[in-house]
Design a protein around this ligand. Structure first.
Ligand code: JD8
Length: 267
């Protein structure tokens, strides 16, 4: 897979490319990620990339020409992109499903905005997709582009060493992960749950499913009544087990009473 990121802050993105998952994918020859400085595609002496918005108002807007020249350069030197993605708060939500779908693409281009954003004609003429990574305000598209690249690249076969780590990722399942522990078994009096030291794989699996579902009920109940639940791709017996454990947790909580539950959640 090829990935090209166009930005006015190439050094910000290069750090991400040098470390972690994308670097590993690059070493393994699975992903080829290139960062392009938008200023290299200006034609004026001062390399100006922004201008005041038509219609007035605060801030600056990124000019169209450098983006058109950058994408033409990428087409000529790196081939026709499968997708040209513009991260922005006006985009459709980027989700795990999007990451999985885009991991099958041959060539992704990500265009990063700054200031008030990018001239809309760039989005109209060049973008295949406009995506937002979440409901909070970032100062530019770079962090969002890196989030998208990271999430997509780790779905490409051969990037994450142990394929189980990918298929067992939370959001690959429609509930949250269970808590993790490593040595020592006692850290200043804080003990690892006894069942994890027991060597009983069946008990460990049941404990993990139960704590995962308890956390999900507490922190992300929306995941459990969403349309993605209990998940079409899960084996039937897993689905049935999940439903059974959920009913059990809910029944226990009802029996315990709501006041006690609130106190327990605080501690
Ligand atoms: C791209 C410029 C900043 C946007 C004025 C401050 C994505 N989930 C997300 N939150 N924010 C962004 C995002 C923000 C961006 C740009 C992405 C380019 N800004 C602007 C308009 C209003 N500010 C994002 N994906």
């Amino acid at each position: 897979m090829r990935v090209d990121i166009v930005t006015i802050f190439p050094e910000m993105v290069r750090g991400f490319v040098r470390e972690g998952i994308v670097a590993r994918a690059h070493e393994r020859g699975v992903v080829d990620l290139a960062v392009h400085d938008l200023r290299d595609f200006t034609t004026d002496r001062h390399r100006v990339v922004d201008d005041a918005p038509f219609g007035g108002g605060p801030g600056m807007v990124l000019k169209p020409e450098p983006f058109f020249r950058a994408v033409a350069h990428i087409r000529a030197t790196r081939g026709e992109p499968s997708k040209v993605i513009v991260p922005g708060p006006q985009g459709r939500r980027f989700t795990h499903e999007t990451a999985v779908a885009w991991s099958r693409a041959e060539h992704l281009v990500l265009l990063c905005g700054r200031y008030e954003g990018i001239d809309e004609r760039v989005v109209e003429a060049l973008a295949t997709d406009e995506v937002s990574i979440g409901d909070y305000v970032l100062s530019g598209g770079e962090l969002a582009a890196m989030v998208v690249a990271d999430a997509v690249v780790r779905q490409v076969p051969g990037v994450v060493g142990d394929a189980r780590s990918v298929s067992e990722d939370s959001f690959a399942r429609p509930w949250l992960d269970y808590p993790h522990y490593t040595r020592p078994a006692d850290w200043e009096g804080r003990r690892v749950p006894e069942v994890l030291l027991s060597g009983h794989h069946g008990q460990v699996a049941r404990w993990r499913l139960r704590t995962a579902l308890e956390r999900t009920l507490d922190r992300r109940p929306d995941l459990l009544d969403g349309p993605g639940f209990p998940g079409e791709s899960l084996p039937q017996e897993t689905q049935a087990e999940v439903e059974r454990v959920l009913r059990q947790i809910r029944a226990e909580r009802l029996a315990r009473g709501p006041e006690r539950q609130e106190r327990e959640q605080e501690s």
